[in-house]
Design a protein around this ligand. Structure first.
Ligand code: C5P
Length: 243
C-alpha cells in the first residue's frame, strides 16, 4: 500500500474538549489522515465550526452523531448534514429500514442540490458497550450479538446504505455475509506499541486492514501520544510492513 492508499483508509477521532486542540490536530495530521471524525463531544461543544477547516486540508469530514429518530426527522437532518459540508455520517440501524432509507434520501437530495460528492452513510449496528446480557435482559432480544449485528447490517444494505461501523471481531463475518463492497469502518485500533485504554475488542491497524476493513479509526493511540507525528509515522510503517 502506498502513502495515498493508507491516508484514504485512516480516520482520526477528534475526541477533544477544546476546538483549538481539534484545529491543531487537523493542521498537524491532515497530510496523513484522509478523514476526520467529529463525535458528540466536539459537536455539542462547537457544532460544525471545524468543517471548513477540515475541507481546506482536503480531508473528509465524518459527522459521527448516530441519528435515531422518526424517518421524516432523520431525512431533514441528513439533508442538513450534507448541505453543511460533511460527507460521511451515520445512523443507528435499529431505527429501522424506513429510517435508513430516509437518511439516504435526505443526503442524496442535498448532494444533488449543492453539487457535493456522493455521501458515505454508515449504520451503527449494536453498540460495543451492549453485552449479550443487556441484549437479552434489558432489550428482550434472544439473538446472539453477532446474529443481531448481521441482521442489522443486512437491513442497512437493503436500505441502500454504504456499510457499517463494526469492531474487528465482527469484521470478517460482515464481509462474508454482505460482500466485499459493503464498507466496514473499524474502531478500537491499537498499534502494537500502544495502550489498550478502555477498549476491549482491539486489533492492530495491519490485522484490521488484512481482515478487510475499508477504514480504520485511530483515536488515543495518536491523540494521546507525546509526539503525534512520530506516532502516525510509526503506524504508516507498521501498515507497510504488515500488508
Ligand atoms: O481512542 P480510541 O481509539 O479508543 O477511539 C475510538 C473512537 O471510535 C472513539 O471516537 C469512539 O467513540 C469510536 N467508537 C468506538 N467503538 C465503537 C464505535 C465507535 O470506539 N463501537
Amino acid at each position: 500500500m502506498d502513502n495515498n492508499e493508507i491516508r484514504e483508509k485512516l480516520v482520526l477521532a477528534l475526541d477533544v474538549e477544546d476546538i483549538n486542540e481539534a484545529k491543531q490536530l487537523v493542521n498537524d495530521l491532515s497530510p496523513y489522515i484522509g478523514t476526520f471524525k467529529v463525535g458528540l463531544q466536539l459537536f455539542c461543544g462547537y457544532g460544525l465550526e471545524i468543517v471548513n477547516y477540515i475541507k481546506e486540508k482536503n480531508s473528509n469530514f465524518f459527522l459521527d452523531v448516530k441519528f435515531h429518530d422518526i424517518p421524516n426527522t432523520v431525512e431533514k437532518a441528513s439533508y442538513n448534514v450534507i448541505k453543511n459540508g460533511a460527507n460521511f455520517f451515520n445512523v443507528h440501524a435499529t431505527g429501522g429500514i424506513e429510517m435508513m432509507k430516509a437518511a439516504k434520501k435526505g443526503a442524496m437530495d442535498a448532494a444533488l442540490k449543492y453539487d457535493r460528492k456522493k455521501p458515505l452513510i454508515l449504520a451503527v449496528t449494536v453498540l460495543t458497550s451492549i453485552s449479550q446480557e443487556v441484549l437479552e435482559n434489558e432489550l428482550s432480544n434472544k439473538k446472539t450479538v453477532e446474529e443481531f449485528v448481521i441482521q442489522l447490517a443486512k437491513n442497512a444494505k437493503e436500505a441502500g446504505l454504504d456499510g457499517v461501523v463494526a469492531s474487528a471481531r465482527e469484521l470478517k463475518a460482515i464481509k462474508k455475509a454482505l460482500g466485499d463492497d459493503f464498507v466496514v469502518l473499524t474502531p478500537g485500533i491499537r498499534p502494537k506499541w500502544s495502550l489498550k485504554d478502555d477498549q476491549q475488542r482491539i486489533a492492530t491497524p495491519t490485522s484490521a486492514l488484512n481482515d478487510g476493513a475499508d477504514y480504520i479509526v485511530l483515536g488515543r493511540a495518536v491523540t494521546s501520544a507525546s509526539d503525534r507525528i512520530e506516532a502516525i509515522e510509526k503506524i504508516y510503517q507498521e501498515i507497510k510492513e504488515g500488508i
